[in-house]
Design a protein. Structure first.
Length: 123
């Protein structure tokens, strides 16, 4: 099993876990819904599993540091979605929730730059 296959499985499990967490939280929210909570699973699915699948098909494995920074960005954005959903359902906005988006985006941009600047390694 290559590193990309392990990453793909990890992101798919994270997406499944986020979907279950979202469904349970929405079940106890007394009829109050949040788009951020419903779409929570999309961050690990679209930003984690999809790139891992594409890299696997391209037969390219990014360096460990690049993969870790990318995973940190995906985790940050998923946590931002979770916290924004929690605050929307609770009915009390937080000024700290806005920081998840630029930090997560910066981590993804940093990882993408590292990916395109590193020497090509194939498996």
């Amino acid at each position: 099993m290559s590193i990309s296959a392990a990453d793909l499985k990890r992101y798919l499990l994270a997406a499944l876990g986020c979907a279950v967490l979202s469904a349970v939280y929405e079940g106890f929210s007394h009829g109050v819904y949040s788009v951020w909570m419903i779409g929570l699973f999309l961050f690990p699915l679209l930003l984690g599993a999809l790139p891992a699948l594409l890299l696997r098909r391209a037969r390219r494995v990014p360096a460990r540091g690049v993969r870790r920074v990318w995973a940190a960005g995906v985790s940050t954005l998923a946590m931002g979605s979770l916290m924004t959903g929690v605050f929307e359902i609770y009915g009390s906005p937080s000024p700290l929730a806005v920081w998840y988006w630029p930090v997560g985006g910066a981590l993804l941009a940093l990882a993408a730059a590292g990916f395109f600047l590193e020497k090509k390694q194939e498996f």
